[in-house]
Design a protein around this ligand. Structure first.
Ligand SMILES: C[S@@+](CC[C@H](N)C(=O)[O-])C[C@H]1O[C@@H](n2cnc3c(N)ncnc32)[C@H](O)[C@@H]1O
Length: 264
């Protein structure tokens, strides 16, 4: 068995029809589930200034890929939380398959009401979560649990300036209630929440499509994901709805990876 290979349970027809995009991708076995894909995670890891022994929170960890990478590459202790029980199960299974139970603890948690005391973590990492929730409350919460002198690193998306109205409408069909700030808006969000020394990089949201999937997951894993998709009619039907909408929106979305320091 491949390292980190652990497949989710199969969804029923009703579950597959109702699941949101990230959940479907996770259930197909995809590991990188955010706009910008692997390259944006590389940028996030660079901006995060990780060092061995640091305590890191990955809030909205999805299937745990970035939490696993931070623990294995930098020797950090990672707490990974997600609000969705299915994501928590996937992340925990992936951590076990990677043999990292000592360094990565996974539990259910809400980024809007973190159950950690003030000043707990050296680093707080968030990838593609704040755009789906109350952003002012989230920013205050992640800054609260970050230690003075520590960094919050956040990857989110934004629409390019000339985005047509029909694309904005499609994006709401895909993710009802999603709010994308401009890059300045994301910076201001964290400045208001108390971070200083804010810096960011940005790039285009190249994520959905076979070439990006091979780049992020590798050829063998991509073939397995496609095999799983093609042999499950319920997944295929959902993907037939999702695919055209994501392809319509993707060219108008860029991502930002931002890091800021909590003052000492
Ligand atoms: C687009 S996925 C990104 C997952 C992961 N960070 C990644 O980049 O692969 C968004 C994740 O945020 C989680 N999420 C949404 N609302 C949340 C909340 N209030 N608290 C914690 N996690 C949340 C979802 O369950 C999902 O796993």
């Amino acid at each position: 068995m491949d390292k980190q290979e652990s497949l989710p349970r199969e969804l029923t027809e009703t579950e597959a029809a109702a699941i949101e995009g990230a959940g479907l991708l996770a259930n197909l076995g995809k590991r990188v589930i955010h706009v910008g894909g692997g390259p944006s995670t590389d940028q996030l890891l660079e901006l995060g200034r990780f060092e061995p022994g640091q305590h890191v929170l990955d809030a909205g960890c999805g299937v745990g890929s970035t939490a696993i990478e931070i623990a294995s590459r930098f020797g950090c202790d990672v707490t990974a939380i997600d609000i969705a029980p299915s994501m928590v199960d996937r992340a925990a299974a992936n951590v076990r398959a990677a043999g990292l139970e000592e360094s990565v603890s996974v539990r259910q948690g809400d980024i809007l009401a973190l159950d950690s005391p003030d000043d707990t973590f050296d680093r707080v990492v968030i990838e593609a979560v704040v755009m789906f929730v109350d952003r002012d409350r989230t920013a205050r919460e992640v800054v609260r649990v970050c230690k003075p002198g520590g960094y919050v690193v956040n990857h989110e998306a934004y629409f390019v300036e000339e985005t047509p109205d029909e694309v904005l409408e499609s994006s709401q069909e895909l993710f009802p209630g999603m709010v994308l700030e401009t890059p300045d808006g994301w910076v201001e969000l964290y400045r208001s929440a108390g971070l200083t020394e804010i810096e960011y990089v940005s790039g285009s949201a190249e994520f959905f499509g076979p070439a990006y999937m091979i780049r992020d997951e590798g050829l063998i894993a991509t073939l397995k994901i496609l095999g799983r998709l093609l042999t499950h009619p319920a997944y295929l039907r959902h993907m037939a709805w999702l695919g055209p909408r994501v392809r319509r929106v993707q060219p108008y979305v860029d991502y930002i990876v931002l890091a800021g320091r909590k003052p000492v």
